[in-house]
Ligand binder design. Sequence first.
Ligand code: NAY
Length: 293
Amino acid sequence: TACLDGMYAALLTGFADNEDLDEQRQRNIVSHVLRQGLKGLYVGGSTAESGLMTTDELCEQQGIVKDAAKASDVTLIAHVGQPSLRDSIRLARNAESLGYDALSALPPHSYRFTPDEIFHYYKALASATSLPLIVYEVPGRVGRESSVAELSAILGLPGVAGIKFSSMNLFVLSQLRSRHSDSTIFFGSDETYMTGALSGANGGIGSTYNVFGKLYVALDKAMEAGDMDRARELQEISRDYVGHLFEVGVMPGIKLSLQHLGVDCGPCRAPFRILSDAGRAPLTAFLDQADIA
Ligand code: NAY
């Protein structure tokens, strides 16, 4: 199977003003992101507001994005983590039949599942299709950190190609890198990507890559070249942008940013909302002055 390492946008979902899935707006988002030069798109993840969408909608979205990206050579990873294993498998098979390159799934998080339940969820999902699976460490959603041993056992499952690491515990990341030299480790924090790469991540998946993916492509290059001054410069732009996002809410703020850049992407689905109207002007002013090309 092809190497999945690299930088991916956690693709946003295009909703109509009434919050229905909107094909044209989804295509608008995809065309903007395709211009960024990223390795690929991560479709239907948390950033896509997939926790607020039905399995039918997510299947439909997979089809729209696949078609919208057909003329490009981006790698497509479908996030298929649903509350139940059976819905996750349904989404996974839909992605496989559409020709997606890989799958990914949050650990089951709608209840407080045990490490054993999480392990068996991933085991079943990894064997449900022939696509490589990217698993997830995300203490913020699961309610606790997984141990190195637990993550290592999951990474050792047949069909598991890597992990999306959305935890700040770089010691764990570094230990996983040393135990699984062939696995792809995606770092999930845009604002501190550099530290993840230094600890062994060989790719990133992020929400702010939708806005200025080019910056992350350049950051990744600078890290590979060992140009730490350049990498730090780029990381500081991303850090400051994320600081502004936190004022208005991350997902609503990213959609606000895309609107500001001329991409008709529509609103977020409720209960997401703009947290502070006062935060809008600093966010758009930041985009106007930032060197993000
Ligand atoms: C996904 O599943 O959509 C993601 O890849 C999420 C990535 C984001 N992490 C979280 C916890 O939402 O891009 C990051 C994040 O929004 C960014 O670093 C700002 O904090």
